[in-house]
Design a binder for this molecule. Sequence first.
Ligand code: NOJ
Length: 796
Amino acid sequence: MQYGYFDDTMREYVIERVDVPVSWTNYIGVRDMCAVLNHTAGGYLFYKSPQYHRITRFRPNGVPLDRPGHYIYLRDDESADFWSLSWQPTAKPLKHYSCRHGLSYSTYLCDYGGIRASQTHFIPLDDPIYLIDVTLENTSDQVRSLGLFAYAEFSYHHIDFDNQNFQMSNYCSSSSYEGGIIEYDLFYEPDGYQWAATCFEPDSFDCLRDRFIGVYNTESNPVALQNGECSNSFEKTGNHCAALHKQIYLLPGEKKRFVFMIGEGRREDAQDLRTKYSNPEARDTARAELAAYWQNKLNALQIATPHAGMNTMLNTWTLYQGEINVMFSRFASFIELGGRTGLGYRDTAQDAMCVPHSNPGKCLSRIKELLQGLTSRGWGLHLFEPEWFLPPTEKKTPAKSPTVVPVPDTSDMIREDLRDTCSDDALWLIATICEYIKETGEFSLLDEQIGYADGGEGSVYEHMTKILDFSAEQVGATGVCKGLRADWNDCLNLGGGESAMVSFLHAWALDYFVELCRYLGKTEDEAKYLEMLEGVRATCERELWDGKWYIRGITKNGMKIGTQESDEGKVHMESNTWAVISGVAERSRGLSCMDAINAYLYTPWGLMLNAPSFTVPNDDIGYMTRVYPGVKENGAIFSHPNPWAWVAEAKLGRGSRAMKFYDALLPYHQNNKIEVRQSEPYMYCQFVMGRDHTAHGRARHPWMTGTGGWAYFAATHYMLGLRPDYDKFVIDPCLPGDWGGFTAVRRWRGATYNIEVRNPSGVEKGVRRITVNGSEVKAVPVCPEGSVNKVVVEMA
Ligand code: NOJ
């Protein structure tokens, strides 16, 4: 069953059937003000922090689905019939509904009762203002008298004060109306103001939610819509909203354009912005600037391959997903409701690794934030607020509640006994830093001095050595790295037991670092870390190989996880893919362990994390044995490691196999299987129910998953083989043999490379000849800034 389609020309996903099984969401805003919005305009808005500075309220996980939102209602003043332009909340039988989710905007089209309407929700790049740009057209042959109502419900700013404790929030919030502008105020907060307005002078308004809706009504049938006007309410204390109403007339065929605005700041801050955005031209300009912002990112790489789904996803959606994760740091969605902010160490490092070409600025700032969250022993704070490390003057800590809520001290996070330390966290950062330098050529970063979380400072290069040294020290009985609180898998809690994945990750990070030392001519460190790498390699091959594949780890009681004898959790993705990616597995072992993944973990919906799922709780292994079989970390198709398998297969030279795995997970291919998949087909989800679950194929937790970044990185760097290096651009594709080639346009260090890959003899891997602007070269060099270069690569 299909609910919509990809519009490649517009780079939009178009939902045409409104009753999708779960919310299909989009992210609006790319800087300080942001909203998460679904296909019926349900969602929430925040400024800088979804935890401390929410603007509109959200009642998640409820029925009806995911309300409230940012709504425009119309009322026919003659018949008293009313409807909402995004179908919900009134749910009237629209003659036409569609929702176009685009890059940082969503447009809803609706046709009902002879009125054709469109509304686009977006946030201009440089102003903290949420806009709903509405166009109405009278398609009937009658003059129409309509009530236009714009509505949003304000939230108490702090998510806890909004959900748990109303002692202060409910009695310290107020609203007022003056000169067409509603002002919302949280009296106990120094910066507790928002405003809302329209381009018109309203005929009536409501600032009190319960007066607009009525205490026994819902957003579906607000009292104000039933009455045809608002009650001009405002008050100190209570629950507040911005409801603005205007009576309008439309002649047959006439079109009119309006705007509803929600802004950050006080009423006096609103005047200029209200004037500016009341002008439709200013809105058009802001839309054009937003489009240019995204176009600039997309221009960093565009591909044309024989695979339509890959083109659509890599050219637009997968990069979009990766970028949004870096911007929002994974914590604002309809699943993670914004109550947990800051940076997750491993997540941020991986997300940042995937976008240095499209977002070098954010990638760099994330790298620096993570370096500050590194302790001088070399492990990273698993979850932290970058502002902990800012000088006190720059901190923007949330307003304090008069009710005492103890705030954890930063020092609580730095526990010497490593009780909260994850064994993988900081290892990811080595690759992120190297990939950033390969993209930008900014070697000077390595010499920058950065503080450690527990005091003192050192160069970026020194931070990197500490990360590698920490993993070398933290080994268990066999010499394999300890699992500690968890490794990448939150639910594998081995403590002093050992994690195969972390040793392989250690080898991967070492390999990056040795290559960097070699490039920098740091021969002593090159030798030192090469020796460390060889040691890790030998330990892994000795301790972790189980005859056909690699085990996942060893519990603190010496039990091996993921062996040929295991009845449950026999084969695992993380250890086997990383054995190959790290370069540790020698070729025959690499082929064999990836064959095991194919044999035990492949499903038409993607690769499962492990199989068979655990059914017997075992606390030596961890929480994954207490998750239902086929769900999340216990035997689901956990999406994030799937791209690791594409990289591994590409490294082994098996292009068809890599593509088989890529295709299985690709949401694009599931566009007509929504009765099973349920979630939006333009986004990877965190997981898809595995074979051991009754809802096998159902996808959950869209957008905020490392899958976006990794899918992009794996497919572009390893399947298409387009990889920047320190002093050259590597082109080393691994393709299905039936691909005759592909083309790509890549921006790198200020130059443009028009790349054509030819595969005349249908091989899966291997490059015979490269020419740049007609001359044969060994590798594609760094070309002068501003130059446009033709690169032809012949595979054989
Ligand atoms: C989601 C977490 O955000 C991520 O850090 C972790 O690696 C995966 N779950 C797997 O457990």
